[in-house]
Design a binder for this molecule. Sequence first.
Ligand code: ADP
Length: 579
Amino acid sequence: MNNNKNTSKIKIFASYISPHRRLFLIDMALSLLIALVDLAFPFVTRKTMQVLLPEQKYNVFFVIMAILLIAYILRAVFQYLVTVIGHGMGTLVEADMRRAVFTHMQSLSFSFFDHNRTGVLMTRVTNDLFEIVELAHHGPENLLTCTVTIFGAILILMFIQPILATVLIVMVPVLLLIGMKQRRSMQRANKEVKEKTGEINAAIESGISGIRTSKAFANEANEEEKFKKANEVFKGSRIKYYKAMGRFMGTTEAMVGMMQVAVIAVGGFLIMKGKMDYIDLITFTLYVSAFTTPVRKLIQFMEIYTQGMAGFERFLEIMQTKPEIMDSEDAMVLKDVEGSIEFDDVSFSYETGEQVLSHISLKIAPGESFALVGSSGSGKTTMCHLVPRFYDVTEGRVLIDHKDVRDITQESLRKNIGIIQQDVFLYAGTVMENIRYGRPDASDAEVVAAAKMARIHDEIIKMPEGYDTYVGERGVVLSGGQKQRISIARVFLKDPPILILDEATSALDSVTELKIQESLDTLSKGKTCIVIAHRLSTVKNVDKIAVVEDKRIVEQGSREELLARKGAYAALEEAQKLA
Ligand code: ADP
């Protein structure tokens, strides 16, 4: 079962290498040539010493030495090519995988991002992939060259002197085992270092991003103490790692030494017994290094393999996560939208299980504006997220123009809905690009027109480079109100028949709020509008209001109707003293 799983994993792995198989094969062929040069050298030396030296054939001897020299120069060239081509292929595979995982992540639903942290996901797309790629080219290359050199050397040595060869053959697996054990303890230490690196990064991050808070509370010393602890732990884990590394290095060197001593000891004994000559002993000594290099490589391979495969598993985990929300097979394209919205007995719970909305029913006519009010956490945002199908209802239906949103393609559904939220995300890029995000094919003039309607144009032209001013990280810092109006300009460009305004103005000063309210009024003209508002002043002009409390709609109707009822809404207005 487990084996099967591994085979299929290796198959998927191979499918990523397959498009670059030409490079892969060249890489393997060159590695094979390198292994053959390594194998041939001691053997050729032996023949030379046996045949040419006693007969003092200077010419042939120097010709052979020249050939060996050329062989080593070629080997160096091959080594260069293997490094360049192997890593080059690795980079291509990595780029393919990165594209695949990025594209796939874009298709995943909100719920996936609810329980996967950005930092972790970023590690998947960077570090994990790097380890996979190391495996992609070093893996097969190491396996091939090591098998060829170890078995080749054993064959040749068996042919020269079976007893001495047997000594070496017995030693190889023992050394391999010892080496792997050391390497594993080094790997464990390395894992700990990685964990502690994560912790210290988190400590630094929270220390820096929380610096305003810690200063406000005069708690810097406290923060420093916390950081010092994390730093100590990190230091300790590093030292542990270096100790493990030292043991590994020491053992490896000892292994080479032991092999050499064994060859001289047993070889010397055989020479004294007259069963072997000096030339063969020299050949054996030369082969010791032909043995130790692949043994070292195999040990390294084990590590690359475990890390690469673990990275690959995490990669597959994302790739095999199915988007929770997918278009149904016969999904239709939403066209010529009138803009009616209906919640038909909708209940909803997030993956965490607890019900957030319970039997919600409401109807919004085309062009109508509808406000959701109620205490925070009552489920207003969640209701809004069901309309563009960021999440699917657990029970009931959400309908647009009398069509269930689950029967509409997500693309056409979302093209027809504009959302303005409190926290606006600006992409790293210019103001122009950020507004154009609303409709990527809009001309510059259209972008400027949208900015004017969003009442942000005047401020943009005062920026250092006008519409080409760079915003986002390492760019101009925009105020909350400016960001908000950029997001409104985006929606002006998109010009969707349905609008969702999520507490769009609640975090702003009153002058800015007025500006934004004006532009929102222009924007929402003739459109179906759902507004979430804390301040009841913003809902005075809407057609209908629903009060959402504790997962349910407790009241709905026009403001006049609700005031006349003297129920929950009237109480809210009373509380805000706006009546
Ligand atoms: P409101 O917009 O009225 O303040 P929300 O719709 O944001 O309310 O939240 C309603 C409830 O759903 C809250 O109890 C909140 O904790 C929970 N909730 C909101 N978003 C998520 C989420 N992504 N995963 C799990 N629970 C959530």
